[in-house]
Write a protein that binds this ligand. Structure first.
Ligand SMILES: *[C@@H]1O[C@H](CO)[C@@H](O)[C@H](O)[C@H]1NC(C)=O
Ligand SMILES: *[C@@H]1O[C@H](CO)[C@@H](O)[C@H](O)[C@H]1NC(C)=O
Ligand SMILES: *[C@@H]1O[C@H](CO)[C@@H](O)[C@H](O)[C@H]1NC(C)=O
Length: 177
């Protein structure tokens, strides 16, 4: 048993060196891209005409939507500019879980899916805490297409609210290989 282990160390030592050489070469040549994406988010709230959001679990039907334990699902619209008529660049598809007893925040898991422009066909996976009254600072934990292995963060803030719509401004900062 002991002999076997020593053999293994001796045999693997040169390949360990080779691995170090190869991996440092890979790191030295690897390139990361950094991008700042700026866009707007439009939700037609649950219950309004052509709603892009639904309350799928509602434990508090008599109270406002954000009651503890409620769950919402969204297929919201990503726009180039703040007006609803602005060109559509994608969708924000995911869920919001009302996980804060004070009702001031929620846990969200959302795919930012780009359907036009230079990022058409790629998506970013955003996860984190939505704060209604402040700038939300959420993690970009991955992506698909051009954005595979992306990391970063998304800052968003509500800029307009009507009886039937919510508009937020997004600044997303990412790096990806
Ligand atoms: C690219 O990003 C990865 C992960 O953050 C990091 O390990 C690597 O050193 C970066 N490469 C370059 C060339 O900056
Ligand atoms: C809802 O969608 C229909 C079909 O696209 C459209 O004709 C109508 O104007 C929309 N209504 C609102 C309030 O957006
Ligand atoms: C986005 O890509 C899809 C699939 O390749 C294509 O069908 C569509 O026309 C593209 N949309 C735009 C606006 O470029």
């Amino acid at each position: 048993m002991l002999n076997y282990c020593m053999m293994e160390v001796v045999v693997s030592f040169p390949s360990f060196i080779l691995f170090l050489l190869l991996s440092s070469a890979t790191v030295a040549f690897a390139q990361n891209y950094s991008e700042h994406l700026h866009f707007y988010f439009l939700e037609r709230v649950a219950g309004s005409p052509n709603a892009t959001a639904a309350v799928s679990v509602n434990l508090h039907p008599e109270s406002p939507v954000g009651g503890f334990g409620n769950i919402g699902v969204m297929d919201d619209i990503l726009l180039e500019g703040p007006e609803p008529s602005s060109p559509v660049i994608g969708r924000a598809q995911g869920l919001v879980v009302y996980s804060d007893l004070t009702g001031l925040s929620a846990t969200t898991a959302v795919n930012l899916v780009f359907t036009a422009g230079e990022h058409n066909g790629s998506s970013l996976a955003m996860f984190g805490r939505y704060e209604q009254e402040r700038v939300s600072d959420r993690s970009i934990i991955g992506g698909s297409g051009q954005f595979r292995l992306a990391r970063g963060y998304a800052l968003s803030q509500l800029v307009d609210a009507t009886a039937t719509t919510l508009t937020a401004e997004f600044d997303v900062y990412i790096t990806y290989p």
